[in-house]
Write a protein that binds this ligand. Structure first.
Ligand code: T46
Length: 129
């Protein structure tokens, strides 16, 4: 679990970051969604997935992501649009400390399926142990 720094392309007109399936992210991309307008002091996510893998990029603003494998927790700063973070399946993820202008982009390897979510922390611990 570590931040991935993507190459910043572009020129004197401005910047560009390119993400390619199975090249810069370790899975085939089936779904893209983004969250924004998060209220102050609110935490989002707070769940795990059986099969869904996610790749997170704060394309505007900043937030923190805490990933928890059931044994250790690590918190990462997403504060540049070229920083990405991989969240594997069966990792508990919490997104917090959003700036007002944060737009958090998420790439996922699965279509949305509520039955893939583990929203209860004790159930998560039971599944991984
Ligand atoms: C994550 C964080 C960053 C859909 O209909 N399709 C989708 O692809 C998603 C992700 C959600 N939804 C529906 C399900 C709920 O009725 O949108 C509503 C809000 O979803 P949720 O409560 O899961 O939102 P967050 O912000 O807590 O979490 C979401 C993702 O679920 C999660 O995987 O990492 O964004």
């Amino acid at each position: 679990m570590s931040i991935i720094l993507h190459e910043v392309l572009g020129d004197n007109r401005g910047q560009l970051v390119a993400i390619e399936e199975s090249v810069n992210v370790p899975f085939d991309i089936k779904r893209v969604f983004y969250i924004y307008g998060t209220q102050k002091k609110v935490s989002r996510g707070d769940h795990s997935h059986y099969n869904t893998k996610q790749y997170l990029i704060a394309v505007n603003g900043s937030c923190k992501i805490t990933l928890d494998n059931g044994k250790t927790k690590q918190t990462f700063d997403l504060d540049e649009p070229n920083k990405g973070l991989f969240q594997d399946a069966l990792i508990w993820g919490s997104m917090h400390d959003f700036s007002d202008d944060c737009v958090l982009l998420i790439l996922a390897n699965e279509y949305y399926d509520e039955s893939d979510y583990i929203r209860d922390y004790q159930e998560f611990l039971d599944v991984i142990h």
